[in-house]
Ligand binder design. Sequence first.
Ligand code: GLU
Length: 420
Amino acid sequence: MANEGSAINPFETAKRQVDIVADLLHLDTGVREILKHPKRELTVNFPVRMDNGSYHVFTGYRVQYNMARGPTKGGIRYHPQVTLDEVRALAAWMTWKCAVVNLPYGGGKGGVICDPKHMSKDELQRLTRRYASEIGPIIGPEMDIPAPDVYTDSQTMAWIMDTYSMQKGYSVPGVVTGKPISLGGSEGRGEATGRGCAYVIREAAPHAGIRVKGASVAVQGFGNAGSVAAKLLHDEQGAKIVAVSDSKGGIHNPEGLNPHTVEEFKLKTGSVVNFPGSRSITNEEILELPVDVLIPAALENQITKRNADKVQAKIVAEAANGPTVPEADVTLFEKKITVLPDILANAGGVTVSYFEWAQDIQGFFWPLAEVNQKLEAVMVRSYNDVHKVAEQQHVHNRTAAYVLAIQRVVDAINIRGIYP
Ligand code: GLU
């Protein structure tokens, strides 16, 4: 996903987004400062024994951005380009995300600088267990609850849950979400981000003047969020998936691709690239295709001032965190493109994480149909809340979502008061 985006500091973006809304809400300087600072940050440097017997020191972070509304919540990312500012931005976005869908959580995020694609499963296990021990003192079901993010999964969560539980001396399933079902994971968590995104697209389509049935869809990033959104839009809503991509490149077929067959191909070959019957495109080109719906489902800084005027989609549904920078938002708004912002469009994942945590605490588990029904209710309600603010205040959906979210966080800060 290389473009000039990698030079943009995501935390600067996150702070700008707060300022835009703080002006609209006439927030005073003190509150604004609180919203623009992470409450707690931990950096850990720790050695891991590699398979060849050598030791390598890795750096990891855990940022607890704001806990006014409840324990902090957010994933852990393994990626060679992780930085503290990226984790800060992702933690801020988790704060607003949990608030916009009204979960009783603050926001946090973690990251480890590593290249999981070039590490063995044993190395990843040792890295994960050591990182979990290092951040152990600041996580817990009532404090900060990690979950999967880019290049981490239910296996990663199982290792963290086990490490934390070993140190406590008893099993603590509620310390992480996105666990395997056998350890207290929730039905439906695996596909929740993509499913939530598909619900929001369905709700927004009539307002954006499109019918999802037969609509053309391009998905940048065919991972956990993007592949599930593609499959559900294809299977349940009759959309035509015309292009998908992964970190190695993209494929395009205007006649439509079967996302299930593409997924099997990627499982076999390691990438969607060279899928039979498709034309190769780049991760930049996929953003500029003449499609009805574009789903950025990879990393930050993909839609910037360089390419925003070339986006042709009628709906941009952000399954990724932070794919669009504020200048690009202005251009997309002027072009009357409906943006479904990340803190709304990808909130399905953390919503079912919340359901998982609630089930763990009760030790009482719900069937899949109930999880999906509750998820749908949250996504539909939240979309309508955001849409209403956007209409009333004549702002785009991101600003509307931030108005809702930041007002909720500010209300919690104010009613709690400043200690001491
Ligand atoms: N990593 C996901 C996100 O960015 C999920 C976080 C969670 O479930 O806590 O929303």
